[in-house]
Design a protein around this ligand. Structure first.
Ligand code: B12
Length: 212
C-alpha cells in the first residue's frame, strides 16, 4: 500500500505523531492537500466503524477528532482556484440542531473562502430559526447544512420547511452534506443538492452563483 497506507493506518490507530509526520512528509513532497484530506476522511470512517463495533469508545472518537483538527491546522489554508480576491457570492452554512460534528463543515468553509466566497458560518447545533433569519438577512443564494447523525434528518427537513413558510424557499438553494447523507436523504429533506465532499460543495456554489 506504500505511503498512503501509512497515513490511513496511523490515523485509524490514533497515533497522532505518525499521522502528522506522514502529512508533513506528503505536503513536502508536493501532494495536493485535498487528496490528503480525502484519505483522512476514509480513515475517520474506519474509526467510526470500530466505534460501532465497540472496539473503540467515545474517548477514541474524541481523540480521532483532535488528531483530525491537528491535520487541518497543518493543511490550512486550503488551495483555492481564485486568488484575486474576486467575490464569488455569499454562502451561509452550519451544522444542524442536536449535532456538534464540525470537522467536515470547517473544511467546506476553508475551501469556500479559498475560492473567493464570503462565508457566514453559524457553527454547530444551529436552530432552524437561526438559519432562516440568516438567509433572510444576507440574501444568500446558498444555504449549506451539515449533519453526521442520521437522527437529525428531520431537523434538516424542518429547515427547508421553515424556509418555505418564511417565503424564502425559492430564493435559496439548499445543499446538504456530511458522511451519512446521500440522494435519498436529500429527497427526504427536500434539499436541492447533496454534496458527497467539500469539493463537490464548492462546485455547487459556483454553479448556483454562475447561473446568476
Ligand atoms: C470525530 C467524530 C466525532 C467527534 C466530533 C468532533 C468534531 N469537532 O467534529 C465527537 C467525539 C465529538 C463525536 C461525537 C459523537 N458522535 Co461522532 N463521529 C466522529 C467520526 C469518527 C468522524 C467524523 C469526521 O470528522 N469525519 C471527517 C470529516 C472530514 O468528514 P465529513 O464530516 O463527512 O465531511 C466531509 C463531507 O461529508 C463533506 N461535508 C460535511 N458537511 C458538509 C456540509 C456541506 C454543506 C457540504 C457541501 C459538504 C459537507 O465535506 C467534508 C470533506 O469532504 C464519525 C465517523 C464517520 N463515519 O464519519 C463519527 C460518527 C458521525 N459519530 C457518531 C456518533 C454516534 C456520535 C455520538 C452520538 C457518540 C456518543 N455516544 O456520544 C456523539 C454525538 C455528539 C453530537 N450531539 O453531535 C456516529 C453517527 C451514527 C449515526 N447513527 O448517525 C458516527 C457515524 C460513528 C459511527 N459509525 O457510529 N463524534
Amino acid at each position: 500500500m506504500g505511503e498512503s497506507g501509512t497515513l490511513t493506518r496511523a490515523l485509524v490507530e490514533l497515533n497522532e505523531e505518525r499521522v502528522l509526520a506522514a502529512v508533513n512528509e506528503r505536503l513536502a513532497a508536493g501532494e495536493d492537500p485535498l487528496a490528503i484530506i480525502k484519505e483522512c476522511n476514509e480513515a475517520m470512517v474506519e474509526v467510526g466503524k470500530l466505534f460501532e463495533k465497540k472496539e473503540y469508545y467515545l474517548s477514541e472518537l474524541i481523540m480521532s477528532g483532535e488528531i483530525m483538527k491537528g491535520v487541518m491546522a497543518v493543511l490550512e489554508p486550503l488551495p483555492g482556484e481564485v486568488k484575486t480576491g474576486a467575490h464569488e457570492g455569499t454562502v451561509v452554512i452550519g451544522t444542524v440542531k442536536e449535532d456538534i460534528h464540525d470537522i467536515g463543515k470547517n473544511i467546506v468553509v476553508s475551501l469556500l473562502k479559498g475560492t473567493g466566497f464570503e462565508v457566514v458560518d453559524l457553527g454547530v447545533d444551529v436552530a432552524s430559526a437561526d438559519f432562516v433569519a440568516k438567509v433572510r438577512e444576507t440574501g444568500t443564494k446558498v444555504l449549506g447544512l451539515s449533519t453526521l447523525l442520521n437522527f437529525t434528518y428531520p431537523e434538516m427537513k424542518k429547515v427547508v420547511d421553515d424556509l418555505s413558510a418564511a417565503g424564502l424557499r425559492d430564493k435559496v438553494k439548499v445543499v446538504i452534506g456530511g458522511a451519512p447523507c446521500n440522494e435519498r436523504v436529500r429527497e427526504f429533506v427536500g434539499a436541492d443538492y447533496y454534496a458527497p465532499d467539500a469539493v463537490a460543495g464548492v462546485n455547487i456554489c459556483k454553479e448556483v452563483y454562475g447561473a446568476g
